[in-house]
Design a protein around this ligand. Structure first.
Ligand code: GLP
Length: 261
């Protein structure tokens, strides 16, 4: 696992955008897994900037949503599909119909989950999966106690996550959907490169548990310890509880060019 600690959000954008640009340049049909929430925003902003100013193109790429609220009104601004279109996909040159997500309005949501897995497989799997981390250590919407081998499925949100996300629903916890569809931890682990972004003091404990604690379903993000190519990009506030902080900084500072992103 590589841990990159940066001083400013713009640096998060630069580091992760470099990895995304590498995927776009090296794959004929690149596939990106998109996360929502505030953590990936610096990345999306930097990718939009590179698209506008440097011609970075997403024309051959497909994007897959990490998770989605089950049954949330199609017109609701917090539907993750709408969020992804608004904050990234709609601002660059993805081809129409290349943003995929589970169908959260189908009669049989369990079937939607299976179909979504099949769509990811048909696209050749995901090259780079962006992740945030919930304050309880969740990735996607895989709440603590999620099976480390889980696949895309319906989950019930914890009260803590609904509280965290109430800020997007006018501060009303009751307005936050109780159920979601999320890629499973097993699904996420199949992506070829995982990039988890953590910003702010509120993520310090869960990040330390995920990176340096035991592998446990109680901290779903600890599953990244199993992945052969996982990158954590964190600001100082989120990183300060890491025991090997100085080691991570030195390792990144001295990183040889041949190692790549
Ligand atoms: C939600 C999303 C997660 C995200 C998390 C953290 O629960 N389902 O994918 O990682 O929020 O969000 P933020 O980045 O805003 O802290």
């Amino acid at each position: 696992m590589e841990v990159v600690i940066v001083e400013k959000p713009e640096e998060i954008g630069r580091v992760v955008a470099d990895a995304v640009a590498g995927v776009l340049a090296s794959r004929a049909r690149p596939t990106l897994g998109l996360a929502t929430g505030s953590s990936p925003l610096p990345v999306y902003q930097e990718l939009i900037r590179r698209h506008r100013e440097e011609g970075l193109s997403f024309q051959a790429a497909s994007a897959f949503l990490l998770d989605e609220y089950l049954g949330l009104d199609a017109a609701h601004p917090e539907l993750y599909r709408t969020f992804a279109e608004r904050s990234f996909v709609g601002q660059v040159d993805f081809e129409q119909g290349r943003l995929f997500g589970p169908d959260v309005h189908a009669k049989r949501a369990d079937v939607s989950c299976k179909e979504y897995e099949a769509q990811i497989a048909a696209a050749g799997g995901i090259d780079l999966q962006l992740l945030g981390i919930g304050s309880d250590g969740h990735i996607g919407f895989n709440e603590p106690s999620s099976s480390l081998g889980s696949r895309t499925r319906i989950k019930t949100l914890t009260r803590a996550t609904r509280c965290d996300n109430a800020r997007f629903f006018g501060g009303q916890i009751e307005a936050v959907p109780r159920h979601v569809i999320t890629m499973g931890i097993g699904t996420i682990l199949e992506a070829r490169h995982l990039v988890l972004i953590a910003m702010g003091e509120g993520k310090a404990t869960c990040l330390a548990e995920a990176v340096e604690g035991p592998l446990t379903a109680m901290v779903p993000a600890s599953a990244l310890q199993l992945h052969p190519h996982a990158t954590i990009v964190a600001d100082e506030a989120a990183a300060h509880k890491l025991k090997l902080l100085d080691y991570y900084k030195e390792t990144y500072r001295e990183k040889p060019d041949w190692q790549g992103c």
